[in-house]
Design a protein around this ligand. Structure first.
Ligand SMILES: [Zn+2]
Length: 387
């Protein structure tokens, strides 16, 4: 069935984007919408999705499975022109870049080789490192044209196609699902494995201690009798899944509600290159080093500028300052809108070790603040070193 929908017109989102940008072309005409299609000529299955947490970087694209073999046709996902090719023993291996008229660039990586028509013109001579740039008229392509053969070159653990989508001007990474979602079957919601409670140092307690704690999640309602006082942040270890595959994927949307009000929301739709290393702050890097599992914090650490995180005035940290029951809910959603919900309650229990909080939970019922309203704070270089 997927075969029949492969060539769907999926340029609607793109048209909306163009419309909202309100930028007429020089002759006062809006550019026509760009139609996107599959980069392969068989059903798409993913080994990885956009925005998965990795140490020091987010996964920058979709890992498209190629039936465990090399040499599958790689097709341009939209009209445009080949703007660049790179060859490297590491990283992307052999990669080809296609610029599209809607201001996006698609990048196809780990290729076995480029299409034979181009190879003969480019005289690559099996050099180890190549970086060639081309003009729009040099190598125009149409959607569905074969541009390369899939492979396993560069930093690749097995044959697959790593497909990235960039804003051509800023080079921000975008989720290719925005264009390809209608071609990818997924009716399975994300699953949360474990909750983490992180009392703020000197300002909060959870279950009577100031220690970070993990609590396994076995059902959609956690029945434990949690107590807390002061400021506590929460984090979740969760994965997304799809049918007919054993692969695990990153979480596109995560929301934390307190008494029905949203205090945190993440939507992994765009990663500026300058924010890549903040993955180690949003995810609990130390815990990942010990266990291999990433906990996603439902609050913003000082200094984080990731535009995919949105919080209330308290940056997502929950303040327990009344002796009553607080109702907390995590909602997880994938790009296909499959959703799961986890509810738990926390009883506010006064504790003399924590001084009264002068800044009670300030809930803004309608607006969650994006990164642009928060001052930029220097990040502790220990947490932010490059590798
Ligand atoms: Zn990849």
């Amino acid at each position: 069935m997927l075969m029949s929908v492969r060539y769907w017109v999926i340029g609607i989102g793109c048209w909306v984007l163009v419309s909202c940008s309100n930028q007429p072309t020089p002759n006062n005409q809006y550019p026509s919408p760009v139609t996107y299609q599959s980069p392969i000529d068989f059903d798409i299955q993913l080994a990885g999705n956009f925005g998965e947490l990795r140490p020091y970087h987010f996964h920058g694209g979709l890992d498209v499975k190629t039936e465990n073999v090399e040499g599958k046709q790689v097709l341009a996902i939209a009209d445009g022109y080949i703007s660049r090719i790179t060859v490297n023993l590491y990283g992307f291996g052999n990669a080809i870049y296609v610029n599209h008229p809607d201001g996006l660039t698609s990048v196809y990586c780990h290729l076995k080789e480029f299409d034979n028509n181009y190879e003969s013109k480019w005289h690559l001579n099996h050099r180890d490192t190549i970086d060639m740039h081309f003009k729009p008229d040099d190598y125009p392509v149409k959607a569905g044209h074969r541009i390369a053969w899939s492979g396993n070159t560069g930093h690749s653990m097995g044959p697959h196609l790593h497909l990235e989508l960039h804003d051509t001007e800023t080079w921000d990474l975008l989720d290719p699902m925005e264009k390809l979602a209608p071609l990818i079957a997924d009716t399975v919601p994300p699953v949360a494995h474990s909750l983490m409670a992180i009392p703020m140092k000197g300002k909060g307690l959870f279950r009577g201690t100031a220690n970070k704690q993990t609590i396994g999640i076995w059902s959609h309602r956690l029945e434990q009798d949690f107590t807390a006082w002061g400021q506590v942040g929460f984090a979740l270890w969760a994965d997304d899944y799809a049918q007919n595959t054993y692969h695990r994927y990153g979480i596109r949307h995560m929301q934390l509600l307190v008494d029905g009000h949203e205090v945190f929301r993440s939507d992994v739709d765009r990663i500026p290159l300058s924010c890549h290393q903040e993955v180690n702050l949003w995810g609990d890097y130390e815990h990942w080093r010990q266990t291999g599992n990433w906990y996603l914090k439902a609050y913003r650490e000082p200094g984080m500028r990731l535009p995919i995180l949105h919080t209330d005035f308290n940056q997502g940290i929950v303040t327990f300052d009344e002796e009553r029951t607080y109702y907390l809910t995590f909602i997880l959603r994938d790009y296909q809108n499959n959703q799961s919900r986890y509810d738990f309650t926390v009883r506010g229990q006064r504790d003399s070790r924590i001084k009264p909080c002068r800044h009670p939970q300030l809930l803004n019922h309608n607006l969650l603040y994006g990164q642009c309203l928060w001052p930029i704070v220097n990040i502790n270089p220990q947490n932010h070193q490059t590798r």
